[in-house]
Design a protein around this ligand. Structure first.
Ligand code: F6R
Length: 241
């Protein structure tokens, strides 16, 4: 079930996303947050930080699980998702280090690590899962063709995804070819999903997610089967629905 909001610009989109997040954190101070990286949630995280600094909203008892991580980038790499999360959110709020969970992209046994991450997720279902959508319809790094039954696993990134993310690297060659991601089943376990999508580049994917056929070729289309998805869009991203 989608609850769809359309706003003029990214600032308004981020404000709405923040209000959704704040309600959950206020009602349940030990909520489990599933978090995403990428451009879409940056404004949301900025508002969470501002609110923490100005109003003292506490994240001390919050537990977080991130969606995904590149394989092969050391955690200290400027483009690792661990670095992204610390720079954009964790270092500026009072979340406890032990409560932060990100899949590892540098484990010596990636499969075993993914299985352990999966086990933890199953025991700690997300109260809210923040998502962005790829221009090809991916959620997390579940690329087109991923099984709707997938759990945390290692994936090969599609060329389109590497092209989309090349903006963060000096060259396309530097964009990792693999990642570890929560599976579709893990995402669907969240009580509430908060999807943020902006710009015309996302319009096709947003259409597929909301109105298209439910197919593994458009991973986001599975969200049509989720009981509570809050979708926050700008006008451009909403232009095809
Ligand atoms: C990020 C993630 C990805 C992004 C998607 C959109 O953790 O899992 O699915 O949400 O690629 O990225 P942006 O927001 O950069 O357009």
């Amino acid at each position: 079930m989608f609850e769809i909001y359309v706003y003029e610009n990214y600032e308004e989109v981020s404000q709405k996303a923040f209000e959704v997040m704040k309600k959950i954190v206020s009602e349940k101070p030990n909520a489990v947050l599933g978090l995403a990286t990428g451009s879409s949630p940056v404004g949301l995280y900025k508002k969470m930080v501002e609110d923490h600094q100005k109003n003292g909203t506490s994240y001390a008892d919050i537990v977080s699980y991130n969606l995904d991580e590149y394989i092969g980038l050391p955690v200290t790499h400027s483009q690792s998702y661990s670095t992204f999360m610390h720079e954009n959110l964790f270092d500026a709020i009072d979340i406890k280090k032990d409560n932060i969970h990100l899949p590892s992209g540098v484990s010596s046994n990636l499969e075993k690590h993914a299985a352990a991450y999966e086990e933890e997720l199953e025991m700690n279902p997300q109260d809210i899962q923040v998502l962005g959508v790829g221009s090809n319809g991916h959620i997390g790094f579940n690329e087109p063709g991923s099984s709707f039954d997938s759990v945390t696993h290692v994936v090969t990134l599609k060329h389109q995804t590497r092209l989309d993310n090349a903006r963060f690297f000096a060259t396309l060659e530097e964009v990792p070819t693999h990642a570890v991601t929560m599976g579709i089943q893990d995402i669907m376990r969240a009580k509430t999903i908060l999807m943020v999508a902006t710009s015309l580049k996302k319009a096709d994917a947003v259409y597929g997610m909301i109105k298209g056929e439910i197919t593994e070729n458009v991973p986001a289309s599975i969200l049509q089967k989720h009981p509570h998805v809050i979708v926050v869009l700008d006008k451009a991203a909403a232009s095809e629905i």
